[in-house]
Design a protein around this ligand. Structure first.
Ligand code: HEM
Length: 509
């Protein structure tokens, strides 16, 4: 008996067992590929080749494959993903076909899975969240009600104006401090990021906003920069301990927010979200956890967008002068008894073509992520590509944003005036997503970022230490965000503009 055991587990069998397992896996992937599915791109190394490519190049990898294959959509074998594969869509022409069937190619199903993971929801709240019925079905769902509240609270109108004013007034308190010093030396990204995070969250959570506490902000960044680890590492409480603990710290702050009646003075948008949660019997602990997922949605893309918009205004003298000239007419200046009062109209800025163009060009060039969808039933796209139920579809922003047939030969260059000079090509701009799930926060984000940039341009100079602006590159490691932050530090000196008299700032909408 003992001899038989030894023979069965003989070490010389190991390579054969591994080879057998690999063959089975490869065969499994082959079977997973149907004839009508999008063309399959073979990996450089069997099985794990695409995973390795993605780990090294992140979202650039999908664009690399598009450039070399020119497939409007392709299939990649991807161990660990449902069906062992993913589809990547690259074409502005094909995109509307996917957007037209949100009940079959669904963002909501992705939202449900990822929100529970980002927030660390309890099983029961995760289940309530995941019970999403198809878009368009009449049955009410928690996710659909939450989204409907977000869309109505942030669409153009009095609530958006009010949120914008709160955000801009919060920013002004900080800018006033810069007026006090001859020179303010800052790391530009860290500074812009903090100003935007605090002011935009103030417009949501109101006077008891947890992010007013710099410790909570720091904990949020610790978590936010490591979201993929917290979501996907096994036993992340131990394997991704610091970011995990940071998320718990922010959760504690939101628990206190609810316990201290913070909701009563929060924006109608947050109060509406709380009402929805209460109707669905979500506990205060899960509400606090969901606030972290919401913070991620609100802050994560707005902060790098704010940095790059500011960077491209101040690093180009011609753009800076044009921004100043464009913004001056929105500024009313009065003088009473020697006191200067400035009033800036902040809700119109996003309609000023140059300002809109700079921000849209930032998104075109830096929103390098993907839109993720789950295929919830077998679907044929544009009568030619079969997408199998249960698989994931990634919509590659880069393939749309850098497509020369849409944007012309300068697609790879930043041009602040691009959206002023030419019409936006159809379906090729996906900076806010598109179709039914287009970002509801886009009006607030634009109002806030552009008001911040306008106030900075009107009141201050920002000069790089070392004399000239050097592009800091982009840090594409965080795959849970769409717009990526700079890779290197940008040290600047911010000084009050010569000739601009100190005064009080107020805002109209
Ligand atoms: C510059 C800042 C922002 C950018 C670039 C941005 C970008 C996006 C994009 C691309 C999507 C669609 C995702 C997809 O189709 O896969 C999206 C969805 C969403 N965004 Fe934003 N966003 C920003 C700011 C905000 C803010 C400030 C809020 C909250 C007020 C917000 C709330 C949402 C929500 C709730 C969704 C989900 C919509 C749905 O599932 O139907 N976003 N955002």
């Amino acid at each position: 008996m003992e001899a038989a055991k030894l023979t069965i587990f003989a070490p010389w069998l190991v390579p054969f067992l591994i080879a057998g397992a690999l063959l089975l896996l490869i065969n499994g992937f082959r079977r997973a590929r149907g004839h009508r599915e999008p063309p399959f791109i073979a990996p450089k190394f069997p099985i794990f080749g695409h995973l390795i490519g993605f780990t090294q190049r992140r979202f650039d990898y999908y664009y690399d494959l598009y450039k070399s294959s020119r497939h409007e959509i392709y299939t990649l074998s991807f161990p660990g993903m449902p069906g062992g594969k993913v589809y990547v869509l690259n074409s502005p022409k094909l995109l509307p076909h996917a957007q037209r069937v949100p009940h079959k190619i669904s963002l909501a199903h992705v939202d449900a899975i990822y929100t529970a993971k980002i927030a660390g929801l309890s099983d029961s709240a995760g289940k309530t969240f995941a019970e999403y019925s198809h878009v368009g079905e009449s049955k009410p769902t928690y996710l659909a009600e939450g989204l409907s509240n977000a869309y109505s609270a942030t669409k153009p109108g009095p609530l958006l104006n009010r949120a914008t004013k709160v955000a801009v007034e919060t920013l002004e308190i900080s800018l006033r401090k810069l007026d006090q010093n001859e020179t303010n030396s800052v790391e530009f990204n860290a500074w812009v990021r903090n100003e935007i995070a605090v002011s935009i969250t103030q417009s949501a959570w109101g006077p008891q906003n947890p992010y007013q506490d710099p410790e909570i902000c720091r904990a949020f960044w610790e978590f936010q920069e490591n979201v993929p680890g917290v979501m996907f590492f096994p036993f992340s409480k131990y394997t991704c301990a610091r970011p995990y603990a940071a998320r718990e710290k922010v959760t504690e702050a939101f628990i206190k927010f609810y316990a201290n009646g913070g909701n009563d003075t929060a924006s109608p948008w947050v109060q509406g979200a709380t009402n929805v949660s209460n109707r669905w019997k979500i506990t205060d602990l899960d509400k606090a956890r969901l606030d972290i997922a919401n913070s991620h949605g609100i802050i994560a893309n707005a902060t790098p967008t704010g940095f790059w918009t500011m960077y491209h205004i101040f690093s180009d003298q011609a753009v800076l002068q044009e921004v100043r000239a464009t913004m001056e007419p929105l500024l009313t200046t009065t003088e009473i008894d020697g006191n200067i009062n400035y009033i800036l109209d902040v809700c119109q800025i996003r309609e000023i073509p140059l300002m809109k163009s700079i921000l849209y060009e930032v998104l075109r060039c830096y929103a390098n992520g993907v839109g993720t969808r789950m295929v919830v039933e077998d679907t044929v796209l544009a009568d030619r590509h079969l997408l199998k139920k249960g698989s994931f579809l990634f919509i590659s922003n880069q393939s749309c944003h850098l497509d020369q047939s849409s944007w012309g030969p300068t697609a790879h260059q930043f041009n602040a005036r691009r959206f002023v000079e030419s019409k936006t090509p159809r379906n090729a701009f996906v900076g806010w997503g598109g179709g039914q799930s287009m970002c509801p926060g886009r009006f607030l984000a634009q109002n806030q970022i552009l008001s911040f940039c306008a106030m900075m341009a009107l009141r201050f100079e920002a000069r790089p230490r070392g004399g000239s602006w050097v592009h800091p590159g982009t840090d594409t490691r965080n795959t849970t965000i769409n717009v990526h932050p700079p890779k290197r530090e940008v040290l600047v000196d911010i000084t009050p503009r010569e000739g601009r008299r100190l005064g009080s700032w107020r805002f109209s909408c």
